[in-house]
Write a protein that binds this ligand. Sequence first.
Ligand SMILES: C[S@@+](CC[C@H](N)C(=O)[O-])C[C@H]1O[C@@H](n2cnc3c(N)ncnc32)[C@H](O)[C@@H]1O
Length: 473
Amino acid sequence: MVFIRNVQQLSVKACELKKNDVIKLQVTDLAYGGRGVAEEGGKVVFVEKGLPGDILDVRIKKVKPDYCEGVTERIIQPSPHRCEPLCQHFGICGGCRWQNYNYNMQLKFKADQLKESLMRIGGLSNPPVEPIIGAKKIYFYRNKMEFSFNRDKNNNNLLGLHQTGFFDRVFDLNKCYLQSELSNEIVKFVKDECHRLHLPAYHIRNHDGLMRFLVIRESKFDSGVLVNIVTGKDYHGYEDSIVELGKNLADRFNRIESLLWTINSKKANIAKWDMYPEKLKNGILYGRDHIYEKLGRYRFRVSADSFFQTNPYQAQILYDTVVDYGQLSGLDDVCDLYCGTGTISVYISGLVRSVVGVESVAQAVFDARINAEENGLNNVDFIVGNVEDIIFELRKFNKVILDPPRAGLHPKALEKIVEISPEIVVYVSCNPTTLARDIAGFIQNGYNLQRAVAVDMFPHTYHIESVVKLVHR
Ligand SMILES: C[S@@+](CC[C@H](N)C(=O)[O-])C[C@H]1O[C@@H](n2cnc3c(N)ncnc32)[C@H](O)[C@@H]1O
């Protein structure tokens, strides 16, 4: 496994590569981020669309002092681990970049990457990494998708996903293998209806037009589907057509339990919303403002913008790993840091004496409290605040679960957790680099790394989720 930090060691003598040179290279590895890794004259070349085992003609696009970047111009000899991608949009779509790479090899890369990070950054000579937990369902696993509108050169509406590398280019989607057949049907229906009702797509560069995003959330273990139609703020004159679109959607798809119309009044091209249309309470066109998802024996409320693990099949396995690593029992008082909408807190509540979740986003805590109440729990509590600011008061916990964002722990947060001195810390991470850095911090402060495992939440992408168990010495 090669990481950017190793590049300096490899670039012992700089080679003469120039921009636009085309050279023959053998890809030997993958780098975090998904590109292939090759070497030329002692210099690392990161190759777009290169897979280990490929022999390629590569066009050099960037020459840096320590490494080069290139794109695959021609496959001379394909890797034996290449496979036929299912999706017709593969290569154009910015989504599943590794659909053409054998799934077992994807898993191997992720497991190796976790081990390598723990060794190189965590300073461990033989990290206790267990076999990766792969996904049984490698297609149609997502419960949330954000589709974008745009217009083509001839002013025709487009509805689909972003082209890889372009914030302002959208391709018309025929079929996506990530969410479900139902979701594909909804996209097609909305596109046809927008055409019939003369609802113009928003132009991402010109900032005119109306229809901006179509967000679909679909429960995998409960019944509901939530559809959120996000428009621009200049909707006046189109109200009746959007209401008609909503009515037809709800009539056609009986799994829709929540249908919303929200407004993104800002230029930034992200599927967020900051307003509702006048006269439409909470933006609800049909049904309610949330659906439900089930994990284990618990039911969770999922609103349009609340955080919920996007692969619920693997989320349950991830949480079972947390339970196993935490050795949870009825004598435990657990602190669930960075708890989001309280999913882990609720999931473990039946096994422990008490749980307190800590989360910085007030809306997420609001949802977490509702989740606890609707599941009839009385041993779960939530606090709004930054972990690094408030943990000091939470001294009574004997076990801590952490699930921070990609940046990992704030140094003050780590300091405060080790001050509470929990006997077991279970750390869930979506970034092996920051995980390894934080583990080194725990080890310096009296902890041993006892177990570690990657759980594949995102087949066909380079994203790596892991769980580790730290035990107080
Ligand atoms: C990876 S998500 C946690 C997901 C949750 N455990 C679950 O499985 O649904 C990380 C959460 O940390 C929250 N967060 C980010 N920085 C924080 C901080 N400094 N203090 C507390 N929470 C924070 C984010 O709002 C987000 O909800």
